[in-house]
Ligand binder design. Structure first.
Ligand code: KPL
Length: 301
């Protein structure tokens, strides 16, 4: 199968490397130099809990490509730009494996092809150009973005499973996306602001804060007609934190690298939807304000 991965960051490179282990897959990574240049010159190495040394195609220009599948792993604030680039090419299926809410809709509005929704809870860390570490075996969940089943989602699920990625094909993606939002709203800002690894979420004050953010997210989900109990949201948060204890969350990685974070599409999204429904979302509001303040003080917004 021909696969293009849009966004060769830590997660995109992990997924791309795993898929490229299968001889039947021809994988192209779209990313930035010097990572792309190194992949072209010496290949891509996946180390840690998943291992591979592969030689996928790599490019900094994703326009005009054709493939059976595009996997989108760009940051949520780059989704609209990625959609414009994807629209210049041709794909049978597009799968979003991104953090935050609204990415699938942005892609579907810009593209005529089928867009599947997905979540990924693998721990992934960018080590060096050409080297990415898998720091925690999580899970990929994918399916039709409105829910229900489709043969196309089953085929993509089989492709991911054959590549050795823990994968579930789900018929309740709207609920799964909210559950993942609760996980990210708990783990990402708390680990980023406290400069801790994901395992810190299982301890003391960080646990209270992360649980509170996850519970608020579940409450907002229910107000948006999605059945997600507080207990389920907290259980998902703690399961992902235990599976990825040694992982530096993506928002923590962004802060360490002085990059813009995905706070708007994660905690900021919970605050906006909560306020629309007149719900109290004080923990998410506080976490959003702190991360935005950090971004402003570093000229990132
Ligand atoms: O999605 C993640 C992220 O870091 O953005 C988790 C699942 C929390 C893994 O770190």
């Amino acid at each position: 199968m021909q696969i293009v991965v849009f966004g060769a960051g830590s997660l995109g490179s992990l997924v791309g490397a795993a898929l490229a282990r299968e001889a039947a897959n021809e994988v192209t990574l779209v990313g930035r130099d010097p990572h792309v240049r190194t992949i072209r010159e010496t290949g891509l190495e996946l180390v840690g809990e998943l291992e591979a040394t592969v030689s996928p195609n790599a490019t900094t220009d994703g326009s005009g490509l054709e493939a059976d599948l595009a996997v989108v792993t760009v940051k949520s604030f780059d989704t609209a730009a990625a959609a414009e680039t994807l629209a210049t090419g041709s794909y049978d299926t597009v799968l979003s494996l991104q953090n935050g809410m609204g990415n699938e809709t942005t892609l579907a509005d810009a593209l005529e092809t089928t867009v599947l929704a997905g979540t990924a809870s693998y721990g992934a860390l960018f080590r060096d150009p050409g080297v990415v570490a898998c720091t925690g075996i999580g899970e990929i969940v994918l399916g039709p973005r409105e829910g229900g089943r489709s043969a196309r989602a089953d085929r993509i699920g089989d492709l991911f499973k054959a590549a050795g990625l823990e994968t579930t094909v789900a018929d309740d993606m709207p609920r799964r996306l909210w559950e993942k939002l609760a996980v990210n709203a708990g783990i990402n800002p708390v680990t980023a602001l406290s400069r801790s690894e994901n395992g810190a979420i299982l301890e003391h004050e960080a646990n209270d804060l992360a649980r509170s953010a996850a519970r608020e997210t579940a409450r907002v989900a229910r107000a948006c007609d999605v059945r997600l109990s507080n207990r389920e949201a907290v259980a998902a948060l703690e399961r992902v934190a235990s599976e990825t204890t040694a992982n530096t969350s993506s928002m923590h990685q962004d802060i360490l690298a002085t990059r813009r974070t995905e706070i708007d599409a994660i905690s900021g999204y919970v605050v906006d939807r909560g306020e629309e429904c007149a719900l109290e979302v004080s923990t998410n509001r506080l976490l959003t304000s702190l991360v935005r303040t950090w971004e402003r003080s570093h000229g990132l917004r």
